[in-house]
Design a protein around this ligand. Sequence first.
Ligand SMILES: [Zn+2]
Length: 231
Amino acid sequence: MRLFFWKDFLDLIFPRNCPLCGKSLFDFEPCLCTICQGTLPRANFHLRAFDNELTAKLQGLMPVNRAMAFIRFTKKGKSQKLLHLLKYRNKPEIGEEMGRLYGITLAQNGYEGEWDIIIPVPLHPLKQKRRGYNQSERFAYGLSQSLKIPAKELLERKKFTETQTKKSRLQRLENVDEVFDLKETENVSGLRILVVDDVITTGATLCACANVLLAYGAKHVDLATIAAGGQ
Ligand SMILES: [Zn+2]
């Protein structure tokens, strides 16, 4: 009882704070303060979607169409702090806000109507249980709000078993010990798909997801992450 009272009391006298700088948020600031939002290290890959370092990096792994990221990942920078809060500090609203903001940018650059569906990379079920949410799904949700395109969790992770015959070249190369598959009742044939994840490192996970969707007849697959590149 005492704890509940104390929390209510704190909520009342301390307004919401920006998770990056700690400054109090105004009512019109849903997650980040205006200054932090305005100074995010934007990657702008969407401006050269067919020809940027991210697309080039992935071309060896899959028939990549376009790849883009909202912000540049820099160690000890704002992007690292944001991703850490999103993944390990129970802040799903950061994923949603990154999606909402990037969706606005993409819509302003002519991407509205470019995709039929947004599909997040599924999280390992145990991780999702521990975390309580899938950060990539939150990013997909934010994007879908701004772009007016549905976001659906159509992929699932499956463990390799002895009976599953052989790993793909990519899986062997990247030591991916799980496979992705389309959920049984779903159909992606002919769809233009945007697959999204929180961050891109080797690209193995994103490409594994994209290859599955292409194998099930997707028209083409684009990739978008909250953060990419840099050190
Ligand atoms: Zn701030």
